[in-house]
Each structure stands twice: as C-alpha cells, then as structure tokens.
Design a protein around this ligand. Structure first.
Ligand code: NDP
Length: 771
C-alpha cells in the first residue's frame, strides 16, 4: 500500500465524549427542568419533554411557564433592580464570578448543550461555551466602566429576554451579560427544545453571588414567551424567527417598552474569481454546515463568479463528501443532529418542493439528521434563494461582475451578514460598504466576539448585541420626561388676512415646490385670528412621491462628511442672514418671540455640521489576527413627524442629524404651525441641498403616520409630534421592521449624539490579517 493509498483510505475511529455526568446532573434534579425565580427553584413540573435529538430519548421534563409565573418572575426582577443598579464595580465582580464558574463547568455545559440541541461536541466545546464565557468577562468590564464612560446613561429596568434553540447558552450570554452589566435585571425564557444549559447557568448564578431576583429563568413555550412580552417589563430582547419578531413588534407597539430584534437571514457568501479557493471552500464548511446550518447568519446563499463556478463546485462537492455526520457526542463529527423532527420536516419539505437547479446531497444516518446539500443553478428569485431554510442546505448561483454580485447579494428582504472572498483587498473593501448587512466578513465567516456588535438591518431586525454599540440597547438617557401638551392650531371668527398677498405654501418634494395630490389646503391663523396663509394638505400619494424623491437622492449617502458639513454650514449661514424675518414669522404663528428659536437652529446646524465628519466608527479589538471595523452607515430613507411646539427647530434639528449622516429625509412639519415650510424650502434651495435629500410635507400627522409606518421603502420613522401616533407608527413598522423612534406623548429632548445614533446603523466589517 502506498502512503497516498493509506491517506485516502484512512478513517476516523470513534472518539466519544461521555454523557454520564450531564445525565447524572439531570437525574440529581429529579429529571425535570423549570423556573428559577427570585433566587429559588420552582415551580418545576413535567409539562413537556425536552429530547436528545440524536437519539430521540427524553432528556428531561420541562415546566411550561404560565402568565402568573411570568408575573412572579417580573415582580422579583422589579424588586431586585434598584439595588443591583447601584454599584458598577459590584456588578463587575459578579459578572466576573459567573465567567469563572462557567469556565469551571465548561465541559458539563458543552456536553449538556450537545445532548439537548444535537450540535457536535466539537462546536459546543470550542465555540459556543468559550464565546459565552468571553461575553461575561467582556461585560464585567463594561459594568466597571459604566459610571465613568456612560455617565449620561441609566439602566432600563426589567428586561424580558426570549431566546431560540440554535445557540441556547450563547444567546443566553448575549442577552444576560449586557443587561446585567448596565444595571438591569432579567427574566429570560429559553427555547422549548433547549432549556437545559439555562438550568446549569441558574445554578452558576446562585454560586456566583447574583442577588436573588437579578436573574430569573422561566421555561416554557411560545405562549410563555408571549406572556413575557405582555408583562410589565421595560424591554423585550428577542432572537428568533422574523415571523415571531413581527408579532412582538406589533404586541409592544405604543407600550413604551424598548425592543431589540435579532431575526433571520439569508446571508450571501460571495466568492470572486481571484479568491483563495481552498480557503473559500473551507469557509463554506463553517458558513453553512456549522450547527447543521441552523444559524441566523449562515452563509446560505453562495454567489460564485462565473469563470470559476464549475471548478469551485467540484471542490466543494469533494469537501462535502468528507464531512462526517452522526453522533454529536463523537469528537470526530462535523455535523450533528437537527434540533427536532419538526425542524427536520421543515427542511425536507422546503428542499423537496424545489424544482429548480441541480441538487447534490451526501448521506446522513437514520434519525433526526439531514445530509449536507448543495443546490446549484438557482435563479436569484427562487424560493430557496430567498427563504431561510435553517438547515444544512446551500443555495448557489453565479455572477459576472462585482456590481452584479452586490445586486444579487442585496436582493433579499434580510440584511444580517455577508462574506466576501477575494485576494484583492481593494475589491473586498469596496464591496463591503455596498452590502445591506449588519456584519461583513472579509475572507472569513461566522467570526463573532463580545467586543463587536452583532445584528442586522432590514427584516433581520434592529439593535446590536456586543461591543459598545450593544450597550445602547440596555440603557436610556438619564432624566425624566414630561407629558407633551397637545397644541391646537389657532382659529378665527373673521378670517381677515394678516397680509393681503396670497401665501399658499406648497409641499417640497425632490427639490421642487409641489401642489398636493389631493388639491386641498388649509388656513393657518395667528393667535389673534388673522389669516397668515394656507398650507397644502399632503396625503399618502404625496408621501409616496417624497419616497421616490428620496430614492432618487441615494447618492447623498456616498458624499463625504466634509461635503455634508459644508452644506449644513451653508444652510446655517443663509438662515442667519434671514434671522429677523424668520423670527418674525415664528412670532406671527405662535405669538412668542422667535429669535431664540432661530438662534438655536443656527447652533444646531453648526453642531451637526461639526459632527458630520467626526461621528466616527471604531476599530474593535477582537481576539483574532485582524480587526473588526465598526463603520457608521446611514439608516436610509427617513420620515420625521416634527415637534409641534417648535415650527423651525422641529424641522432643522432632525433634518441636520439625518443629513449629517448621509440619510435622505422627509419632514412632516409642525401641525399647528406649518407655514414655516415656505421659509424652509427657500433656505434649502439657496443652500446647495441636492433635490430629494430633504422633502417637506404639511398636513395631518395622524393621517400620514400609518402610511409612513407601512411604506416598505422607508427605513426609519421618528415622531416628536404632539399627535397620538406612537403606537400606530410602531405597529405599522412591523411590515418591513423599519427602525422607529417615537415619543409616546412625552416631551423628549434628545442630545445630538442620541440623534446621530438613531440616524446610523453600525456595520462591523471583519478583516483578518496575514498570508
Ligand atoms: P421562534 O421565533 O418561534 O422562537 C424563538 C423564541 O421565541 C423561542 O423561545 C420561542 O418559544 C419563542 N416564541 C415563539 N412564539 C412566541 C410568541 N408569539 N411570543 C413570544 N415568544 C415566542 O423560532 P422557532 O424556534 O419556532 O423556529 C422557527 C424558525 O425560525 C426556524 O426554522 C428558523 O427559520 C427561524 N429561527 C431563526 C433564528 C435566528 O437566530 N434568527 C433562531 C431560531 C429560529 P418556543 O421555543 O417554545 O417556540
């Protein structure tokens, strides 16, 4: 036998990990899993089983949490929160102790995770558990630094957290560590298929000195999750399907509960012809076969440059043939069991329903296993290229040019992650900013770390987990907010014009004055009842036209911060030159001196002009030979319902923040004092603002709000309006999961950096170094 033959025929012997300790751990607890509330265990019942998917054997009985049990847990968290929030240093010590104890019990956690979820022990031992531990260490540091580095922020209070089954312990860590670090207390619901490592974690909390009530775990199913969403919590943090994420967005609309959603994805894996092909093939093993493809950021859409496609597929198939699939507790196994027969059924059905392209599948053992699958020759619009399969199935297509690669990559409703493979770093770094994704990996995949934010855009949800950017989701600006007093427009009895000249202000769309589609206008009176002029009443068609105009101005996002600053300074200069006239106009409408407001507007424009080229991203120190660049990108098309009480500032302030960061914006002017629109478009026309970057509508906020919220081409809606539209906006936003920032009827006075943060998305671009 030649050495080559020996190598070719060599096989792996079994290297089984023992399940004995983990099974004994369960037996010692009477074979059941259940709630940990207020530092105590119980109630614990055998309401439904959690099984080992690799064998189908029951692992433990699980308690299905009721609404009352959720309430008890929330009450315990509420009681514990004020004391927990007091000392960052004490929190740091406790988080550090959790990390140490997790390290001590790392093997038990890893084995339990593989038993409960079916993932290979190699992954739970080397990835899930170490990353979870790292999260607690890293956030112990954030707890320590909160007072000095985030002096303007305070905890939200009680956070309800709902996690999925694909990374049970890791998702628990991603949720609990930042919440605790920032002084919140939590009620966490693990997934019904995989509650076991959360049970070990609860015991670790007790040992680590977590005060009773700070961490509460309530097991259960979707109903238990829904009860948590409806409970008296200050935030819901959710990871799971886009469908349930949408339901939660609707259920929490108008409640004032903070929300972060980390949802599904259909992440592109782009291979250029100059890529290191062997590395790119090996990367795919991680991208789509890691955790049996049950990964929200799985590189499930392969886009290969046409010239290398056949050779690439051939290498990929040969690598697939070498993947070992079977017992998750065998250390030689690459691919374990699918989490549950229901999920297996879903994957099988989706693949069998496909009639396009060519399917290549390797073999899988009997039971809850699915073979690694490659489907080539799919069109970008085919179901398997568009829908999340959440299994070990790779859908592939080809592209010709970099521009086409970007186009196909972005042809999805999701926007979680993307991989770009090319040995030409210039090309890779040119593509990365063009991809609609929260995370981009250059020549790599599935790189994650506590120091770098993780999260998506579009229907992959909003909010980040990890890094400085992740802390924002667990804090709010300090200070109390007052209820907003609605301002009624002035009316008249006689209707005598204050000025005999006709002053009917049109709408401002795409850099031009536009008559309203409906052909209606309404009068605006002074406090003394004199007619000041008429404004147009915009309807949903005018809003649509404004969106078209914003779409036409997308190149604004590519301008430099320096240029945007120049234009904002120019607006300030023009505003300053007309300061008296504008102040008088404000006075005519409101009866109050407008000079302070005009001066404040000039200052605001200067502030955002200053920030335009200084609101920098970060280079995160992640533990790889490389860097994760946290780049700040514009959110996109924004619509803002302006503060009623400030006819000019209400428009200038969000406009300047949005423009500074490269967004396009449609302002809906103050409802009682809308006449300022005429001054605004004169200002914009004389200040080199490109058409479509800023559009202004006047009209009824309540009428326009549902249309803005539901529009699929608007990426963010803000409301500082006195109209009661917060709930309508949040509910309507569930359609494309756009970002919302609403006032819930309160007077909010955001800082410049709060506004800049809301006007940007952080994209983490991972760039490994080395040959
Ligand atoms: P879900 O979104 O249903 O589950 C995620 C979590 O939410 C679980 O804890 C679940 O409980 C809970 N939940 C379910 N319904 C509600 C509700 N109405 N209100 C509040 N909480 C609720 O995902 P599934 O586990 O059902 O998986 C379905 C599909 O979702 C997968 O096939 C996959 O495509 C996708 N998915 C995406 C994930 C991601 O990370 N992006 C993670 C998991 C799934 P319970 O476990 O009892 O259902």
């Amino acid at each position: 036998m030649t050495i080559k033959e020996i190598f070719d025929t060599m096989d792996y012997g079994p290297a089984p990990e023992s399940a004995a300790e983990a099974l004994q751990w369960i037996a010692d607890r009477d074979g059941n899993a259940g709630h940990y509330i207020g530092g105590k265990w119980g109630p614990i019942r055998d309401d439904f089983p959690t099984n080992n998917p690799a064998t189908g054997d029951k692992l433990a009985g699980v308690t299905k949490g009721t609404a009352e049990e959720i309430e008890t847990a929330v009450a315990a968290a509420r009681k514990a929160q004020p004391a927990w929030a007091k000392s960052g240093h004490k929190r740091a010590r406790v988080l550090y102790a959790i990390a140490r104890l997790m390290q001590k019990h790392a093997r038990l956690l890893a084995v339990m995770e593989s038993l409960d979820n079916g993932k290979p022990i190699r992954e739970s031992r080397d990835i899930d558990v170490p990353l979870a531990i790292r999260h607690f260490y890293h956030h112990a540091g954030f707890a320590q630094l909160m007072d000095s580095e985030l002096p303007e922020r305070e905890p939200l209070g009680v956070c309800g957290q709902i996690i999925p089954w694909n990374f049970p312990l890791l998702m628990l860590a991603w949720k609990i560590a930042p919440a605790l670090a920032m002084g919140n207390t939590v009620v966490l619901k693990p997934a019904e298929y995989t509650p076991m490592t959360a049970m070990i974690f609860a015991e670790i909390c007790a040992q680590a000195g977590v005060p009773p009530g700070v961490v509460n775990i309530v097991t259960g199913d979707g109903d238990t999750g829904a009860a948590l969403v409806n409970a008296d919590v200050d935030k819901i943090a959710f990871t799971g399907s886009t469908e349930v994420g949408r339901k939660i967005r609707e259920a929490t609309a108008g409640s004032g509960k903070a929300l972060s959603l980390e949802l599904g994805g259909k992440s592109p894996y782009i291979v250029f012809e100059d890529a290191d092909i062997d590395s790119a093939v090996e990367g795919l093993v991680d991208a789509i076969w890691f955790n049996q493809g049950q990964v929200c950021c799985a590189g499930s859409r392969l886009l290969v440059q046409e010239g290398i496609a056949e050779a690439f597929y051939a290498k990929l198939k040969s690598r697939m043939d070498g993947l070992r699939i079977g017992d998750p507790l065998d250390k030689c196994i690459d691919i374990g069991a699918i989490v549950d027969p229901a999920q297996l059924d879903q994957i099988s059905k989706m693949v069998s329903a496909n009639t396009e392209g060519e399917t290549y599948q390797t073999k899988a053992p009997e039971g809850c296993f699915y073979p690694p699958t490659l489907i080539t020759g799919l069109s970008p619009a085919s179901t398997l290229m568009q829908e999340e399969i959440f299994g070990p199935v790779l859908a592939a297509t080809t592209f010709r040019t970099p521009a086409e690669a970007v186009q196909i990559a972005n042809n999805t409703r999701y926007g979680l992650a993307a991989s770009v493979w090319s040995e030409n770093i210039n090309l890779a770094l040119d593509i990365a900013p063009k991809l609609a994704a929260g995370i981009v990996w250059i020549n790599g995949t599935n790189m994650m770390d506590a120091a770098a934010g993780f999260g998506g855009v579009r229907e992959s949800g909003f909010g980040r987990e990890g890094g400085w950017e992740g802390l924002a989701g667990y804090t709010r600006a300090k200070g109390t907010t007052k209820a907003l007093k609605p301002i009624a427009p002035y009316t008249t009895k006689d209707g005598t014009p204050a000025d005999p000249l006709d002053r009917t202000a049109k709408l401002y769309i795409g850099g031009k004055q536009a008559r309203p589609d409906g052909g209606y206008s309404k009068p605006v009176y002074s406090p003394k009842g004199k007619l000041l002029g008429d404004v147009s009443v915009a309807n949903r068609k005018d809003l649509r036209n404004a969106v078209e105009a914003m779409n036409g101005a997308k190149s604004w996002a590519k301008t430099t911060g320096h240029l945007r600053a120049q234009i904002l300074y120019y607006i300030a200069e023009n505003l300053s030159a007309r300061s008296e006239e504008l102040a008088k106009r404000i006075k005519d409408m409101t009866g109050k001196s407008g000079q302070d407001e005009v001066d404040y507007c000039i200052g605001t424009l200067f502030t955002f002009a200053a920030w335009a080229d200084k609101y920098d991203g970060q280079a995160h120190g992640v533990p790889i030979r490389g860097v994760a660049l946290a780049m700040k990108e514009p959110v996109g098309n924004m619509t803002v319902f302006c503060d009623d009480g400030w006819p000019l500032l209400g428009m200038i302030s969000p406009m300047a923040a949005a423009m500074a960061m490269g967004n396009r914006i449609t302002l809906v002017a103050s409802e009682p004092f809308p006449l300022m629109i005429a001054e605004m478009y004169q200002l914009l026309e004389t200040s080199d603002v490109p058409g479509g970057v800023v559009n202004i509508l006047t009209g009824d906020h309540s009428e326009l709000a549902p249309h803005a919220a539901a529009h699929m081409d608007i990426d963010a809606v803000w409301s500082f309006s006195g109209a009661d539209i917060s709930a309508v906006i949040e509910k309507g936003s569930a359609g494309n999961l756009k970002r919302t920032w609403v006032n819930y009827g309160k007077q909010i006075e955001p800082s410049a950096t709060d506004m800049l943060a809301a006007a940007t998305e952080v994209k983490n671009i991972w760039i490994p170094y080395g040959e």
